[in-house]
Each structure stands twice: as C-alpha cells, then as structure tokens.
Design a protein around this ligand. Structure first.
Ligand code: FAD
Length: 478
C-alpha cells in the first residue's frame, strides 16, 4: 500500500524527515499538498509559498513523479485520499502554529481510529519547543537563558539525504479529478508594487543552497561586525528560504559548523549567526506555548495603551513617506522587494509603535502582507519585542532615534540613496536630515521638501515625550 507524505512549508527533498521515512518503507509514495482555506496565505508570502510549491512539484517531476495538489480542509481531505489510494501510512513534518497543531491533532485521531499509521516528525526547527525547558519544566522567558540551555543540548540532529530514487503510486481516476479541480484555483499573486521580489528571490532548493554557500564563503566571517549595516548586506538573506522550508535550519547549522571546524578564526562571528537561528526557534517556542502571540500583548498592562488610530500617519509609514530617510528607505525596500534588513525592521517598528504611537498589530499585519519571509512566529515575536509588549522584549523606554540610527548604521547614506532616490544628490552629512539642506542646495539638486520628499510627519522629541507619558500613565503602572 502507498504512503502519503504531506508537504506544508517544507518544500524540499533534502533533509525532509517525512519524505525520507516514506522512502525507507520501500512502499510507493504519494506526495501531497493541500490548498487549505484555513491556512492559505495572501500577499507576498502567499505568492512565495506558491512559487515554492511549484518548485517542489518540478523537482518531483524530475524524479519521475508528481506533487498531488488538492483543495480542502486537511483533516477531511487526507482521510479521503487515504481511502482512494488504499494507503496505510501518512507522514508529515510537525507544525507549531495553532491552526496547524489543531489540524494535525485531528488528523492523527481520525486516522488512528482507522488503524492508519501516522508519524509527525521534526523538520522545521533546530530543537522542538519542549526540548529546551527550565529546571522546573517551564518554557523559558529569557532568550539568553534559553540559548544557554539549547547549546547544552549540542548540535541539532543530523540531516537526512534526499531520496536517491522514489517510487510513486499511480493516481486513481477520482484523485486525478480532485487534482484538476485544485489546479483551477487562482494562485496568490504578488501585491501591487512588489515586482522586484520576483527578481530578487529565485525560488528553488538549489537557490537556497547557493545563498547558504555564498554566505558561508563570503560573509559569515564578518557577520558580528557588519550584520547591523543595511548598506553592506552581509546577512545571509536565507529568511524566505527558511520560511518556505526550501532549506532547513539544520542544514544551515551544520554547514556553518563545518565552516567553523575548517577555520576557527570565524568562530565568534559564526556563533553570533547561529544564535539568530536560535531566535527563530525561540519565536516558535513562544508561539507553541502562547498561541495568541500574533494577536495579544503578552504583557497585559499594554492592553490599556492609548494607541493613536491615525490612518494618514499609518499610510505614510507604510509607503515610506515619513520624512525620516532611514525609515522611508526600509519601508520602500519592503514594498518593492518583499524583504527588509533586520536593523531597519527594528527602526521602523520602533518608529511606528513609539513615535507614531500606533498599535504594533497594525505594523505586524502590514509586514505580513508585504514580506516574502512573513512568518507567524518570527514576525509576531519581533513586533512584540520592538513594542515592548512581549516577553524578553526591548523595554518601552528604549526608543530608537531614526536619525541617530541612520548616521550610525548607514553612515554614507548608501542604503538611503538606493531606496529614496529623490535624496541621492544630498551630501553625506545631510542625507539623514534633508530638512537641514538650505534652499539654494535644494534648488540645485531638484529637492523640494513637501513636494518631492515629505517634511517629517512628527517632531521626534515631542512624539517621544508623548510615548513615554502614555506608558507612564498606564493604569497598571499607577
Ligand atoms: P540573518 O541575519 O542571516 O539570520 C539568519 C536567520 O536567522 C534568518 O533568516 C532568520 O530565520 C533568523 N533570524 C534572524 N534574526 C531573527 C530575529 N530577530 N528573530 C527571529 N529569527 C531571526 N524574520 C522572519 O523570518 N520573518 C518575519 O516575518 C520577520 N518579521 C520581523 C519583524 C520585525 C519587526 C523584526 C524586527 C524582525 C523580523 N524578522 C522576521 C527577523 C529578522 O529581521 C529576519 O529574519 C532577517 O532580517 C532575515 O534576514 P537574513 O535571512 O539575512 O538574516
């Protein structure tokens, strides 16, 4: 009898534990993807996941098989496929988000009642959320303590190879009909203005490996010193690939560890990078134990925060029209390419939640629509971190000054010039503060503040004072 392997955010053949286990059974395999309305994503991430699914489908075709794509509610459609194929086993890599967990639990129960074998395997994280706990068996609340404990577990499990050859089960006629029906569903498209994403993000498993190799060869040795520089682009840019599972965190880990073994001099930089993969696990651990992470303040005193609800300010932020060059550069990079450098993500999030006193959920939602790496755990944890509403978060009174951040991390303005071309002729010392340019210079370079580039939408000092006062006056702090 055939074995069903479910693909969900793990669109790869290498280090795919569920696929690997299916191959070791020696039974014919059915590779399944469910277009499930409960988990369908729109926006850039919807487009990216669909591209990733197509890439997997092509990789399976190259192996002489096919990816079966069907539409339906996962806990209903999979048992139906089991019947149609007369399968005896269903395998998948685990999910940690509330809907995914609930669906997979329901599936396990339904199939178990029918004596169908199921296995959920670990394919997404370095360590499962429950593998790293405090001495009293509680989830950690502080990253540094979590990371220390995670490192004590040692390296994550070894990667499993891609199957050397796959035997695919033939599709019965009723299955072919389901596949035809699913093929007619319109695919999610890139949001308006994001055409560059298609150029910046080639989408196959091999592309993910190329990004990893380039990073390990060229940039990991400079990671700690340059990772905060958006003008340098030293980070791995692996986030979309990790998000869609075109590469696994374990593959990245082992490749970087092998590089450390070859060249001990990179150790410190490389470990800083590996700790970022740790943050990814830490975010998933939070989502696993706190399913409301994307929707509710983890620190409830913020439930009384008098957030402003100013649609014009929000729109200016979304479209990179705040008048603060680094904020605008980041928001435009996001809009056009579906990605933003981490340091700039922190600056724009601080600006939105503190200087514009806007609820972090509005920023989280915009990121979710525009990012090709939009991830329920990482996006929500980081927004709560920036807003000070999460566990182990940056405190509320830590308010980034967008000018200071710009001068420090984009000193020559190269990043700003890339994304805010109307400022590109400003000299370095004025690029962070265009409103200080005198009228003659503005005329000479064709910069018309208020027309070609906005005046600052808020005054930093006043906005900062309001943010701090709002926090101080929260009822829970009285
Ligand atoms: P690298 O520096 O090369 O890091 C390697 C990998 O580690 C990343 O690909 C990512 O998977 C992980 N990582 C790095 N930084 C973090 C972090 N702070 N938290 C969790 N994991 C991290 N990352 C996402 O993948 N999806 C999101 O939706 C997302 N939303 C964010 C929202 C905000 C407000 C902020 C401040 C950060 C967000 N991040 C998110 C984290 C981080 O900005 C990106 O992972 C990183 O910029 C991706 O670039 P990279 O792959 O070159 O990172």
């Amino acid at each position: 009898p055939p074995v069903l392997v479910l693909f969900r955010d793990d669109f790869r053949l290498t280090d795919n534990p569920a696929l690997h286990m299916a191959c070791t059974t020696g039974q014919p395999v059915v590779c399944v993807y469910v277009q499930d309305p409960a988990t369908r994503r729109e926006g850039a991430i919807g487009w990216w996941l669909d591209q990733s699914r197509r890439a997997l489908a092509e990789a399976l075709t190259a192996q002489g098989g096919e990816l079966l794509t069907v539409e339906g509610n996962t806990p209903d459609i999979i048992p139906e496929l089991v019947t149609l194929f007369k399968a005896d086993t269903v395998l998948w890599n685990r999910r940690y988000d509330p809907v995914g967990k609930e669906q997979d639990t329901a599936l396990k129960t339904t199939l178990g009642l029918r004596q169908i074998t199921t296995h959920s395997l670990s394919g997404r994280l370095l360590h499962e959320p429950w593998a790293v706990q405090t001495g009293s068996g509680q989830p950690y609340k502080v990253f540094t303590a979590w990371w220390r404990a995670a490192r004590e577990l040692g390296a994550p499990g070894r990667c499993v190879p891609a199957p050397s050859s796959l035997t695919f089960a033939a599709w019965p006629a009723a299955v072919k009909a389901l596949a035809t029906k699913a093929a007619a569903i319109p695919a999610p498209t890139l949001p308006e203005g994001a055409a560059d994403a298609a150029m910046d993000w080639p989408c196959t498993e091999a592309d993910a490996q190329d990004f990893l190799k380039d990073f390990v060869d060229d940039n990991v040795a400079r990671y700690s010193t340059e990772r905060d520089r958006p003008d340098k682009d030293t980070t791995s840019r692996l986030s979309p690939y990790l998000r869609a599972g075109l590469i696994s965190a374990r593959q990245v880990w082992h490749s970087v560890e092998a590089a450390i073994e070859k060249n001990g001099a990179i150790s410190e930089n490389a470990w800083t990078f590996l700790s970022e993969l740790g943050w990814r696990d830490f975010a998933y651990m939070q989502l696993f134990y706190q399913p409301t992470l994307p929707t509710e303040n983890l620190r409830s005193e913020f439930n009384d925060m008098p957030w402003h609800d100013d649609a014009a300010l929000l729109k200016a932020w979304q479209h990179g029209q705040t008048g603060y060059p680094l904020v605008d550069a980041g928001m435009r990079q996001l809009y056009q390419t579906g990605w933003m450098h981490n340091r700039v993500r922190m600056v724009v999030a601080s600006f939105l939640t503190k200087h514009l006193l806007t609820d972090w959920r509005k920023g989280e939602a915009w990121f979710h629509q525009r990012l090709v790496d939009a991830d329920p755990a990482q996006n929500a944890m980081n927004w709560q971190w920036c807003a000070g509403t999460g566990i182990d978060a940056s405190p509320w009174f830590r308010i980034f000054n967008p000018i200071g951040q710009s001068e420090k991390f984009d000193p020559s303005g190269a990043y700003i010039r890339t994304w805010v071309p109307e400022l590109r002729h400003l000299p370095d010392k004025l690029i962070h503060t265009p409103w200080k340019a005198d009228a003659a210079l503005c005329r000479q370079i064709g910069l018309h503040l208020g027309t070609t580039y906005p005046h600052p939408i808020v005054e930093l000092k006043a906005a900062r004072t309001i943010a701090l006062e709002s926090y101080k006056n929260l009822p829970a702090r009285q």
